[in-house]
Design a binder for this molecule. Structure first.
Ligand code: ZN
Length: 156
């Protein structure tokens, strides 16, 4: 079993490693078969907007379980690798031990044209406190560390 969903109090649910992962391993394969246009995406309920993933080419997908429960961290241990608008994979960017929470940085594959904002309490040393879209607005050092994980639309 690659992952386990657990309740983690105030943050709701989280996704945890069901086994050890070495760096660069595929944790989840995600298929999007219900793509929404920008207009459609902006007209769904607030609940669904909170679980929206940008997949490129002005298309969005409502995330399903378990990927919708992956929490943000400013010191993430995974990222979403977008192969195309229909397929993405969750890949480990460092070794992850069984039982550890699997997190990703929501800014990496965000659509810079989107407007949302979220307070972060990830507790990591480099926590940015406020998370929003705009990969290219991240500080140089952070951006440099992330560039190999950025989807085509955020590559510089
Ligand atoms: Zn943070």
């Amino acid at each position: 079993m690659n992952i386990v969903i657990k309740n983690i109090g105030k943050k709701g649910k989280g996704v945890f490693a069901g086994k050890n992962f070495r760096k660069g391993k595929t944790i989840l394969k995600i298929k999007h078969n219900n793509l929404l246009s920008e207009k459609e995406a902006s007209s769904v309920s607030y609940h669904y907007q909170n679980h929206m993933s940008y997949v490129g080419s002005n298309k969005y997908s409502i995330m399903k379980s378990p990927e919708r429960y992956i929490n943000h961290s400013c010191d993430p241990n995974s990222y979403f690798k977008h192969a195309n608008i229909y397929n993405e994979q969750l890949i480990s960017i460092k070794p992850i031990k069984k039982g550890q929470e699997i997190t990703c940085d929501y800014t990496i594959d965000s659509n810079p044209a989107d407007i949302w904002m979220m307070k972060c309490r990830c507790g990591s040393k480099n926590c940015r406190k406020i998370i929003k879209p705009g990969f290219k607005k991240l500080k140089g050092k952070i951006q440099k560390g992330y560039i190999k994980y950025a989807p085509p639309w955020n590559k510089i």
